[in-house]
Design a protein. Structure first.
Length: 317
């Protein structure tokens, strides 16, 4: 059977024509036009309408394969990464060693999307080091890390999805609240209209709208802490890391923070704290650090009142 006969045989198969040949022809024509080969596209369609079918089919198949491999590679990679997006944080045998010794020893955890985790531990247990590694402020000495599917080498992608509010984060005292947020918004690459909208929404949530034009040096400690959290949330990150966020907060500020965290169901939040009364709920995931190691990582199912005694046993107090 020659090329001419094969072409007619295939072209007469209506099912094959409608489900494969015609869509392939359309895709190939679109591909040629996309790269400014309009004349070639017209010529290609003309040939395809003739009887030299196999040669054109082969050309179309090769073109489609090349197009998919070049143009769709990034989309395919993103799709593969997004399949595991529920696994927001993955640490495997992570260690951090300073000159004074190990701050973290063989830390392995998995954090899923939307989890709210409380991290406890005595001073020097490794809580802050743990948060700084997650936020890319420190590099681990060894071990594997993935944040939203990205390794630490993809720092830009990680930082775009993480908000970190340290206990004593940096703000410019001589600038106003608005000027501080505009500065950090530009650093995050947020367009001005979106920045204005995001800034006003967060300031309202944390009751700081009236302080918009006040210098940071004029804010109370509680207001300053709230502003640090607003700054961490400015780029709408998927993961929020809080280091002692309730430390020094007055009741009003603590309530605003609590209300926000309650409403942020889609956010993954990891809070390091010393406050045994800070939002522990039955069934909540709790991690306890001691001397650089995790000594407890589970959902707290017992009476909340018994947690303090349990914690003291775990850290040897």
């Amino acid at each position: 059977m020659g090329y001419n006969s094969i072409a007619h045989f295939v072209l007469d198969d209506k099912c094959w024509m409608e489900n494969y040949y015609q869509p392939l022809l359309a895709k190939t024509e679109a591909f040629l036009k996309k790269y400014d080969y309009a004349d070639e596209a017209r010529e290609f369609v003309g040939i395809m309408q003739q009887e030299i079918f196999l040669a054109c089919f082969f050309a179309g198949f090769v073109l489609e394969g090349w197009y998919n491999s070049k143009v769709s590679y990034k989309a395919k990679f993103e799709h593969k990464r997004m399949k595991n997006i529920l696994e927001m944080i993955l640490l495997e045998n992570v260690c951090k060693e300073f000159d004074t010794g190990f701050s973290l020893k063989n830390i392995s955890i998995t954090v899923e999307q939307g989890e709210k985790i409380l991290v406890f531990g005595p001073n020097g247990a490794g809580k802050t080091t743990f948060l700084k590694i997650l936020s890319c402020l420190l590099s681990p000495s060894s071990g594997n890390i993935k944040i939203m599917g990205y390794p630490p080498a993809k720092r830009k992608h990680i930082l775009a999805n993480i908000g970190f509010a340290p206990q004593s984060g940096h703000l410019y005292d001589s600038l106003t609240v608005k000027q501080n947020l505009e500065f950090y918004g530009k650093m995050y690459g947020i367009a001005k209209p979106q920045l204005e909208e995001r800034m006003h929404k967060l300031l309202a949530q944390f009751n700081l709208t009236m302080k918009l034009d006040n210098k940071v040096s004029q804010l109370s400690k509680g207001m300053r802490q709230r502003l640090l959290i607003v700054k961490a949330l400015l780029h709408d990150p998927q993961i929020l890391l809080l280091d002692e966020p309730y430390a020094g907060l007055d009741l009003e500020s603590a309530e605003y923070l609590h209300n926000y965290l309650e409403s942020a169901e889609d956010k993954t939040v990891i809070t390091a704290t010393h406050d045994f009364n800070s939002e522990i709920k039955t069934g909540q995931r709790v991690i306890i650090f001691n001397q650089g190691s995790i000594v407890f990582d589970d959902r707290w199912q017992d009476n909340i009142a018994t947690f303090k005694d349990f914690y003291k046993r775990k850290v040897g107090q």
